[in-house]
Structures are given as C-alpha cells and as structure tokens.
Design a protein around this ligand. Structure first.
Ligand SMILES: Cc1cc2nc3c(=O)[nH]c(=O)nc-3n(C[C@H](O)[C@H](O)[C@H](O)COP(=O)(O)OP(=O)(O)OC[C@H]3O[C@@H](n4cnc5c(N)ncnc54)[C@H](O)[C@@H]3O)c2cc1C
Length: 169
C-alpha cells in the first residue's frame, strides 16, 4: 500500500447510490481513503433501475462482482417495446460484441445491496444520516460542511469531492 495514500485527506463521495458506491469501490481498491456519506438513514427500499446494460456489467468485473449480479438477475436477450398494443421496437442484444449480450433484469435495490456488501469487505462503511449542506472550492482545496443526523455540523477538507445537491458558499 502506498504510504502517501494513508496520509491523504479522504475523497468525499456524496451519495450512496450506484454512482457513489461504484466510485467508492474503485478508490478503496486503489487504497485511496474515502468517506461515503448519504443523507438517507436507510437505503431506498424501492427500485428505479430494473435493467443493467452490457457496458455497465463490464465495470464490476474488475471487482469480481459480476457473478453475484448475474446469479440474481434475469437475462433478456430480446426486448420488445409496446404502446397501445402495437410493437414500437424490437431490441436484439445477441449481436453485441460483449461477454454480456443481454439486458440483465435486477432491482436497483439489490444491485446497491451487493455493492454495499462488497464495499464493506474493502473497509468502507456508508455514513448514513450525513448530508452535505455547503461546500466551497478554493484554488487548492475544497471545504465541505456536513450535517449529521443529530444536527451537529462538521467541517472537513477532502482531497476531492463528488458534490451533489448542496449549496456552494
Ligand atoms: C423510473 C426510472 C427508471 C430507471 N430505470 C433504469 C434502468 O432500467 N437501468 C438503468 O441503468 N438506470 C435506470 N434509471 C436510472 C438510475 O436509477 C440512475 O441512473 C441511478 O439511480 C443514478 O445513481 P446515482 O448514484 O447517480 O444517484 P441516486 O441513485 O439518485 O443516488 C443519490 C444518493 O445521494 C443521496 N444524496 C443526495 N443529496 C445528498 C446530499 N446533499 N448529502 C448526502 N447525500 C445526498 C441520496 O439520498 C441518494 O441516496 C432509472 C431511473 C428512473 C427514475
């Protein structure tokens, strides 16, 4: 492990949706310290995304996480989109040049659970009930204000930050 990585300020990742979870996995795997916060106290029990496309499936390969996704999902090699009883389009994924020539149906909540469990094995725990409320960016640093569930405010200077829905100072 790079000693400099130990001393560095963490990267602040705001939001533990699929984007934040994936970013945290990649950074943690490279031994870059991260803090992953989410203002929600619990993961969302419902799902927006239900289908994972081929390119997205190629990304968790490097984390050896694709097999658990494949095991729980359902593969659709062809999709037909209908409106008012009429077929609008037929999507055939079979000719795609990929190891995953299909759309994998898997609830977003399940995808997030698998990513979260994997992150735990990398030593990263989601800090829930923590909201980015304000940030400012100087020439060489970022200052972020976090509001914890009990109302107390924390100011930190992450090395980098993925901002989301907060005010700039
Ligand atoms: C109806 C619908 C269907 C969809 N279907 C598909 C599909 O089939 N396939 C597909 O690939 N995609 C689909 N999508 C898109 C997919 O859901 C999004 O691309 C995905 O959720 C984006 O992930 P994210 O991590 O960027 O953001 P989100 O999932 O929105 O997560 C953001 C997180 O950030 C947290 N947060 C926000 N602001 C702050 C703050 N200030 N401080 C701390 N935490 C904060 C939130 O609590 C949340 O947990 C669909 C979307 C919708 C709406």
């Amino acid at each position: 492990m790079d000693a400099a990585a130990h001393d560095a300020s963490p990267v602040l990742i705001v939001g533990a949706g699929p984007t934040g979870l994936a970013a945290a996995m990649s950074l943690a795997r490279a031994h870059i310290p991260v803090r992953l916060i989410d203002k929600a106290m619990q993961p969302a029990p419902y799902s927006r995304a239900i289908g994972i496309q081929a390119r997205t499936l190629e990304l968790p390969e490097q984390h050896r996480l694709v097999e658990p996704l494949l095991a729980l999902g359902h593969r659709a090699r062809i999709a037909n989109l209908f409106s008012n009883g009429m077929r609008l389009v037929r999507l055939d994924f079979d000719p795609l040049h990929t190891r995953y020539p299909y759309l994998l149906f898997l609830d977003q909540s399940v995808t997030e659970r698998l990513l979260t469990e994997h992150l735990t094995t990398l030593g990263v725990t989601i800090e829930r009930g923590v909201e980015l409320t304000l940030f400012s960016q100087g020439a060489s640093s970022v200052q972020a204000t976090l509001r914890h569930a009990d109302g107390h405010l924390e100011t930190m200077r992450p090395s980098y930050m993925t901002p989301r829905m907060a005010r700039t100072a």
